[in-house]
Design a protein around this ligand. Structure first.
Ligand code: NAI
Length: 699
């Protein structure tokens, strides 16, 4: 049963019961219509209360049904709502905790609504690239007023029930209950008080007008259009809400339906739905179940108070977890703590953090110069210099002092986690936790699973990631893990494009127009061009056959490391991040090109984008095939959360699926014919070739 039916005296109570949030899946809808029919047939029942069991009234659509035919199977939500509206007995929604999407639409179809305070109320469909599709856009403006309804529909953000109840003239909530606990009792009393009222009120019959009409909606369009550039849904929300004010209710409903269905087929909506599912899927590891035990983490030690150590510490302090930082020298500790303070103080100044919260967080932080002080920590994260010898010394010390069962993590960005684990006598407790810089801001965390990493260590780290509000993606051990291994190929293509005729600004502009937050050269300047240089120097020894453009090395030889030196591919004015093209750099590229005997050619933006993005895709296909990533959607999450890949394109794998893998492979064959490119790299990865040949997709 997904809805329970009980009669309390003369009131029937239908309780949605589909954990965790009473999603309105097929079985629940069926149980609702059965219950309504039963109540209608029972002469002793005078009114019907619909409420939700557990943690929600209803969270809306059942995500288990996403994309499946049962989502639309009759009775669909529109039919259920129609049945409620046509009920001969009053139907009262008793709302608490969470009332969102289809849940709110269901409530709006009821004759009356009583709500507990503290309930999160929202129509979040826009976040999935849609407009609400079961009357929300037509009923909410009638019940709440046009402006607040439009704000909710366009933003998708939840608003607390008690705030909505204060809006003048609102008819969303006919009554506010005192508390969650008293809701059931108060709903019964309220139901009895309206049991005999006729005719039954319907939200659809309420007037819906805005005094400024067209002018208001034009203003709304200007605001929304500016903010939602690449997504069609927010502007569509304005259209459908305007329709509520200009069309008859049933015509407005038809327009809403048509808009919903049209949006459903847009690539932007598919991308957002893909991300929604990918985000949930990322925390699922094939051989680690929800029942895998977890270790308790109440305190964390951090080794190194540099760029990463400081940022990583802040994540735990923010989550209320005690942190102890270890450094080699007091000065390094002082510097690290000062940076953490500076970051928090900036937040306080901007009003993003309250002074007492700041002090509370700092009180959880302590420092030490002695490893022996770490013996009580439940977990340690190492963030010292990226040298295997230094890591070895640190992990041997950690092995000596940490208590049994403590998790030993490394933030290494390139080193072999298996090797690091081998420095200890407890490789099962060792794991990689690759944070991204700035670690207190960036949402991505690559969790590196070593050959011997225990399942409970993985389960613990994934749960902890959630606690510190990171999107964690598991990667196997390989050079660069998922994200940086792919970006190396992208960087290589960037270099070839310069050699063949592009300027850094041209490449960056093309990629930024595609939607990346930053093109490869601006990104290099931000991260520091010396980092890529160090990796290339290593590669020249490890993989002498691999082809690289030498242009970036020439740039580094000039000391142009990027923003930190005030000069990189571009020039920078101190304190500002604007990238100013530099004529000398362009000349350096031209001279190098001439020295190689290359006649520059004009390269289209389309070719630039394809070469850069498909280089990511091809490397990702190898990563997937090797089992470094367990699913394509994990790779999408890495690029969306850590590398500024445009959200509305859903990540590189989703984008390749949209383009069609056949077309991607054809482009690769074309690129392979370019003598200035790397023909070997452009051989499609076997997995990609196979999927393309079979007409399949990654996701
Ligand atoms: P950093 O140079 O800013 O900080 C390293 C800190 O470790 C310094 O404060 C140093 O005094 C301390 N340290 C060195 N040896 C130590 C030892 N034996 N015991 C205690 N403390 C010691 O370096 P950063 O950038 O914070 O990098 C740290 C680690 O994080 C490296 O493994 C790096 O590859 C990785 N990483 C760096 C990213 C970045 O963007 N900077 C991104 C992701 C990972």
């Amino acid at each position: 049963m997904t809805a329970d039916y009980k009669v309390h005296g003369d009131i029937a109570v239908l309780t949605l019961n589909n954990p965790p949030v009473n999603g309105l899946g097929y079985a629940t809808r069926l149980a609702l219509t059965d219950g309504l029919a039963k109540a209608d047939a029972d002469a002793s029942v005078k009114a019907i209360v619909i409420t939700g069991a557990g943690k929600a009234f209803s969270g809306g659509a059942d995500i288990k049904e996403f994309g499946s035919p049962t989502a639309l199977q009759e009775p669909n939500l529109l039919s259920v709502i129609l049945m409620i509206e046509n009920s001969s007995k009053p139907v009262i929604a008793a709302i608490h905790s969470v009332c969102m999407g289809g849940g709110l639409e269901l409530a709006l179809g009821c004759h009356y609504r009583i709500a507990a305070p503290g309930c999160s109320v929202a129509l979040p469909e826009v976040k999935l690239g849609l407009v609400p599709g079961a009357g929300g856009t037509q009923r909410l403006p009638r019940a709440l007023g046009v402006e607040p309804a439009l704000n909710m529909i366009v933003s998708g953000e939840p608003v607390k029930s008690e705030l909505l109840a204060m809006l003048p003239g609102q008819q969303l909530f006919n009554k506010m209950a005192t508390s969650n606990e008293s809701l059931a009792e108060e709903a019964l009393l309220y139901a009895r008080s309206v049991a005999e009222t006729r005719p039954l009120p319907l939200v659809r019959n309420l007037p819906c007008k805005h005094p400024q009409g067209d002018a208001y909606f034009q203003f709304a369009r200007n605001m929304v259009g500016g903010m939602s550039k690449n997504f069609p849904a927010p502007l569509k929300c304005v259209d459908v809400v305007q329709a509520a004010t200009t069309k008859k209710f049933d015509d407005g409903m038809l327009f809403e339906r048509e808009s919903f269905i049209n949006l459903m087929w847009t690539p932007e909506c598919r991308a957002l739905r893909h991300i929604f599912m990918a985000q949930r899927a990322a925390s699922k590891i094939p051989d680690v179940s929800a029942d895998t035990p977890q270790r308790a983490i109440n305190s964390v030690a951090i080794i190194g108070a540099g760029t990463m150590g400081g940022g990583i510490s802040m994540n735990f302090l923010n989550a209320g977890i005690a942190v102890k930082i270890l450094e080699m020298k007091q000065e390094a500790l002082d510097r690290g703590i000062a940076t953490i303070r500076k970051n928090y103080e900036a937040q306080v100044k901007k009003g993003k953090l309250k002074q007492d919260k700041y002090e509370q967080r700092m009180s959880l932080l302590s420092t030490t110069l002695s490893y022996d002080d770490l013996k009580d920590a439940d977990m340690v994260i190492e963030a010292v210099f990226e040298e295997i010898g230094v890591k070895e010394a640190v992990f041997k010390e950690l092995d000596r002092v940490m208590k049994p069962g403590a998790i030993l993590a490394s933030n290494t960005s390139t080193l072999d986690v298996n090797k690091i684990a081998s420095f200890t006598k407890r490789p099962q407790d060792v794991v990689g936790m690759h944070f991204f810089s700035p670690a207190n801001v960036m949402k991505l965390l690559e969790v590196i699973r070593g050959e011997k990493t225990a399942k409970d260590v993985l389960a613990t780290v994934m749960a902890l990631a959630k606690k510190i509000k990171k999107t964690a993606v598991v990667s196997g051990v390989c050079d660069g893990f998922i994200g940086n291994r792919m970006i190396e190929q992208y960087g290589r293509q960037g270099g070839f494009l310069l050699d063949e005729g592009c300027t850094p600004a041209q490449v960056d502009k093309a990629v930024e127009k595609f939607g990346f937050a930053m093109g490869p050269f601006r990104m290099g300047d931000l991260a520091g061009n010396d980092i890529g240089w160090a990796i290339r120097k290593r590669r020249y020894l490890e993989k002498p056959d691999m082809k690289y453009s030498k242009t970036a090395d020439l740039l580094c030889e000039k000391g142009r490391f990027g923003q930190k030196t005030g000069a990189g591919w571009y020039d920078y004015v101190a304190g500002k991040r604007d990238a100013i093209p530099n004529a000398e750099v362009v000349k350096m590229i031209e001279d190098h090109r001439a020295a190689l005997g290359i006649t520059p050619r004009k390269i289209s933006d389309e070719e630039i984008v394809q070469r850069l993005v498909y280089s990511l895709v091809n490397e990702a296909a190898h990563i997937l095939e090797e089992g470094i990533a367990s699913k394509a959607s994990d790779i999408d999450m890495v690029y969306l959360m850590g590398y500024g890949f445009p959200i509305w394109r859903g990540g590189p794998m989703n984008y390749a699926d949209e383009v069609g893998l056949f077309n991607v492979v054809q482009a690769m064959h074309r690129f392979a014919k370019n003598p200035l490119d790397d023909a070997k790299f452009w051989q499609p990865a076997p997995l990609l070739a196979k999927l393309a040949a079979e007409g399949k997709t990654f996701n």
